[in-house]
Design a protein around this ligand. Structure first.
Ligand code: AP5
Ligand code: MG
Ligand code: ZN
Length: 218
């Protein structure tokens, strides 16, 4: 059983690393942001509840988010573990996750905190591109596709996320510092926090995380 949480600022590389780890360990990558965006695209009731908060760069209310995560964790593919990306996002969600895991008689093996210098985050976010068909992530500067605006994996069109526009990025970074960053101490005090330097190339960050996972996974 390998239950991981990826913690870090918007643009830190949580999604990029979680996708690699998911392939490597054969456990699902559960991104609350991706689930919300899918529901927005499908115009579901959940998507309608989340839309205004996401467009503003604010957190979707805890009751909505927690119910969605509980549902997702109850799906069969989490039997051997999971990688949570974007949840928990504040202290209340931290307690909610503890409670969900207790009910499943499960625990977290590690919280991976990807630490990236503030100046780099904005560049990462404004240069990000995402495939509309398969969801693969790219960066115009750091991880460019073979052909501009075309997904190297599936040929789909690459677009910018609606909340990667500069004003919204600023709000998201502020919300992170006010509401999410306190989770660093929350998990440090529970001896679950493992900090990784996220400033280097993607492969270096992956190697550091794999080193941590091999040490905690027995
Ligand atoms: P969410 O989708 O979770 O966005 P986020 O936390 O702002 O994080 P990002 O996805 O922007 O960053 P990331 O760390 O995944 O970076 P990535 O790997 O893409 O949430 C969106 C919204 O949904 C929230 O604002 C909120 O409204 C709502 N929401 C979600 N969860 C919620 C919750 N729990 N409660 C309430 N509301 C919630 O990398 C970024 C870019 O950098 C990419 O282009 C990538 O190619 C590049 N890159 C990555 N790593 C490197 C590297 N090492 N070197 C160079 N480039 C790199
Ligand atoms: Mg992400
Ligand atoms: Zn694609």
């Amino acid at each position: 059983m390998l239950n991981l949480v990826m913690l870090g600022s918007p643009g830190a590389g949580k999604g990029t690393q979680a996708a690699v780890l998911s392939g490597r360990y054969g456990i699902p990558h559960i991104s609350t942001g991706d689930i919300f965006r899918q529901n927005l695209a499908d115009n579901t009731a959940l998507g309608q509840k989340a839309r205004d908060f996401m467009n503003e760069g604010l957190l979707v209310p805890d009751n909505v988010t927690e119910a969605m995560v509980e549902d997702r964790l109850n799906q069969g593919d989490t039997a051997r573990g999971f990688i949570l990306d974007g949840f928990p996002r504040n202290i209340a969600q931290g307690y909610a996750l503890t409670h969900m895991l207790e009910q499943r008689h499960a625990a977290l093996q590690a919280v991976i905190y990807i630490n990236v210098a503030h100046g780099l985050l904005v560049r990462r976010l404004v240069g990000r591109r995402v495939c509309v068909d398969c969801g693969a992530g790219y960066h115009v500067e750091f991880d460019a596709p073979v052909t501009a605006d075309v997904c190297s994996a599936c040929g789909g069109r690459l677009v910018q996320r609606a909340d990667d526009e500069p004003d919204t990025v600023e709000t998201r970074l502020r919300v992170y510092h006010e509401q999410t960053a306190p989770l660093i101490e929350f998990y440090r005090s529970r001896s679950l926090l493992h900090e990784v330097d996220g400033n280097g190339p993607v492969t270096d960050v992956t190697a550091a995380i794999v080193g941590i996972v091999e040490a905690v996974d027995d």
